[in-house]
Design a protein around this ligand. Structure first.
Ligand code: ADP
Ligand code: MG
Length: 281
């Protein structure tokens, strides 16, 4: 597959003014940029062509997938450009930093906040299912917060490992600590792997701890593989029974028994009335 198959424009420097660097990943640098015509701000992911000779397919896939998606909680791809040496993805600029750094600064979040976050994230999973897309690398670093004013309104980023259902992959991917056990067992997998990762994230937000921790990625991966999650951790002491129950169901080892995003949204944690202020009498 070639880049021309996804429709790319040239002349990005005529349309955008580049500002400071706001992030970097394995294959890219991300810059703040302003559209010269409208004054609107964007994040532009710059990928050197040199680095994509081996992984052109995955870049084309990332672009194709992002073009299929439009959701308030997913980073939008507006345009794709190329120059002699780079490919440029023009994205929403999400300004609140990533959830990884937020949780390091704040430790655990209040259950009420986590509930708001979880509802949105399960909505994202339900949407991705309707579009037949897997993210395959949902983790704190790829969740960007919209602002510094709250800890729950976000946009999911980085579809660099994304896949379409039709591919029916067994490719091992993801990040140690978040990977569904069926992926590590090299079984064919589906949408349930993203559900598992979201369960891990909700656990981390509620407890301030990684359920699979270790001093090296290898040790984390070992724990991730055996998939024993401690639900009587003292950091979870104040979390409601319903909250714990949902996280258990999202992180169920067997993909066929794992709760679906749709059913998770109807779980007691969201529907029970214990959020309402109690009557004084
Ligand atoms: P890679 O695929 O190389 O890992 P990412 O898409 O994850 O690249 O981007 C790398 C980093 O750049 C992110 O971790 C984040 O800090 C920052 N970043 C990426 N996209 C945006 C965006 N739309 N708005 C703000 N920051 C972003
Ligand atoms: Mg990334």
């Amino acid at each position: 597959e070639s880049l021309s198959s996804v429709g790319i424009m040239t002349g990005i420097k005529d349309s955008f003014t580049f500002g400071k660097i706001i992030g970097n990943g394995a294959f890219s640098n991300v810059y703040a940029a302003t559209c010269i015509k409208t004054g609107k701000e964007y994040a532009i992911k710059v990928i050197p062509k040199q680095k994509i000779t081996k992984s052109l397919d995955s870049l084309v896939r990332e672009i194709r997938i992002m073009r299929k998606i439009k959701h308030p909680n997913i980073v939008n791809l507006y345009k794709v450009y190329e120059s002699f040496s780079n490919v440029y993805l023009v994205l929403d600029y999400v300004k609140g930093g990533d959830l990884f750094n937020r949780i390091i600064a704040k430790k655990a979040l209040p259950e009420k906040t986590v509930k708001k976050f979880s509802k949105k994230m399960l909505g994202v999973l339900d949407y991705l299912k309707s579009k037949e897309i897997l993210h395959r690398d949902i983790k704190l670093e790829n969740i960007l917060l919209k602002s510094h004013d709250n800890d729950y309104d976000f946009k999911l980023a980085d579809f660099g490992l994304g896949a379409e259902f039709s591919e029916k992959s067994t490719m091992r991917c993801g990040s140690p600590g978040y990977i569904a056990p069926e992926v590590l067992r090299k079984q064919p997998y589906g949408i349930e792997i993203d559900t598992f990762s979201v369960g891990i994230i909700i656990y981390i937000l509620l407890s301030g701890k990684m359920p699979f921790h270790g001093s090296t990625p290898q040790k984390v991966l070992e724990k991730n593989r055996s998939c024993n999650i401690c639900f009587h951790d003292e950091n979870l002491r104040d979390v409601s029974k319903q909250g714990i129950d949902l996280v258990k169901k999202l992180t169920c080892t067997l993909p066929d028994l794992r709760i679906t995003p749709e059913n998770a949204l109807m779980h007691k944690w969201f529907t029970s009335a214990d959020n309402r202020s109690k009557s004084v009498y």
